[in-house]
Design a protein around this ligand. Structure first.
Ligand code: NAD
Length: 314
């Protein structure tokens, strides 16, 4: 097993980067946390503010702002830098600006001698995970996009409130693009191990017609939040901390991260959200769900939408 320094770098200390940092500190995930931002003062201020709470946290974390040379011995570099979605704007519309930012950051990280795992959260996340992979020259298994982890936690939360069951006892995934073409995999969603379609019919909790409303609500959750407060960050903060923990602790956890498809689901040459086994080496394996015909069609459309964007600039 690779020796870890339990050192994590977060690049981009805006709403998302600081929420990830705050979540990770609260859970005592790492020993060393370095914040990097093009706005150095902001990174310094955020590090000082986060440090103020350390004595009440889960463990002693060395938090400081830094520069790209700090990436040399880091286990994980999390990238959140970039512009964020404005009201009415789709994630895919952010692509040009954020791809340029991503290439330049990954180049600087690699120049430090970095030999760890990248976790990408900047949007459009599936496309930028691909851009980060190309810019890094690393094996695709070492580039992990946050994918549909946030959408999946929203999905479980939505079902939890409708069914009055702990979301941690509801299993199911949103797959595909983290965005407008994402797909809810109802055929493999279970409540306490029972397929959801059987569960809702037997217990009269929901009508089959409610399911479409639930997946639409999940898909549009970011728009609703952005309209009300201009950005989303706590959910992605918790989701990214979960991914970082799975990598640092070599958990072999199954998470719907953005992984590189090489024939799985009949697709290749694209990163998108699919359940994947995540450990210290990054993506160990992709779990290939046996999708029903409707889900298969929707997943293909989602992958094609991502491919169109990648082909438009690469
Ligand atoms: P923000 O504007 O608050 O923060 C972005 C930060 O990046 C700023 O501090 C900025 O100075 C920094 N930055 C910009 N260019 C940089 C560079 N070249 N090097 C270093 N730092 C740089 O934005 P935010 O709300 O934190 O969102 C960040 C990204 O996360 C956006 O792309 C947003 O769409 C995305 N996001 C992803 C998810 C997800 O599920 N993956 C969810 C929410 C937001």
């Amino acid at each position: 097993m690779r020796k870890t320094n339990r050192k994590v770098i977060v690049i981009g200390t805006g709403f998302v980067g600081t929420s990830i940092a705050y979540s990770m500190i609260n859970q005592g995930i790492m020993n060393d946390l370095v914040l990097i931002d093009v706005n150095k003062e902001k990174a310094e201020g955020e590090a000082l503010d986060l440090l103020d709470g350390i004595s009440w946290g889960q463990g002693n974390v060395n938090v400081h702002s830094g520069s790209y040379s700090d990436c040399k011995d880091a286990d994980i570099v999390v990238i959140t830098a970039g512009i964020n979605q404005q009201p009415g704007q789709t994630r895919l519309e952010l692509v040009d600006t954020n791809a340029k930012i991503m290439r330049s950051i990954v180049g600087d990280v690699m120049s430090s001698g970095f030999d760890g795992i990248f976790v990408i959260a900047s949007n459009p996340v599936d496309v930028l995970t691909y851009v980060a992979w190309k810019a890094s020259g690393l094996d695709a298994s070492r580039i992990v996009g946050t994918g549909t982890t946030l959408d999946t936690t929203r999905f479980r939360k939505e079902l939890s409130s409708k069914l009055e069951v702990d979301p941690r006892s509801i299993h199911g995934y949103i797959i595909g693009e983290h965005g407008d073409s994402e797909v809810a995999v109802w055929s493999h969603t279970t409540v306490g191990g029972k397929p959801i379609l059987e569960y809702i019919v037997k217990n009269n909790h929901l009508e089959i017609s409610d399911l479409k409303n639930i997946s639409n609500k999940v898909k549009n959750a970011a728009y609703e939040i952005i309209n009300k407060k201009n950005a989303t960050y706590y959910g992605i903060g918790m989701s990214t901390a979960r991914v970082v923990k799975a990598i640092l602790n070599n958990e072999n956890s199954i998470l719907p991260v953005s992984s590189y498809l090489e024939g799985q689901y009949g697709e290749e040459g694209i990163f998108t959200g699919v359940p994947s086994i995540v450990n210290q080496s990054g993506i160990r394996e992709i779990i290939e769900l046996n999708l029903d015909p409707y889900e298969t069609k929707k997943f293909k459309e989602s992958v094609n939408a991502l491919r169109d964007v990648i082909n438009s600039f690469s």
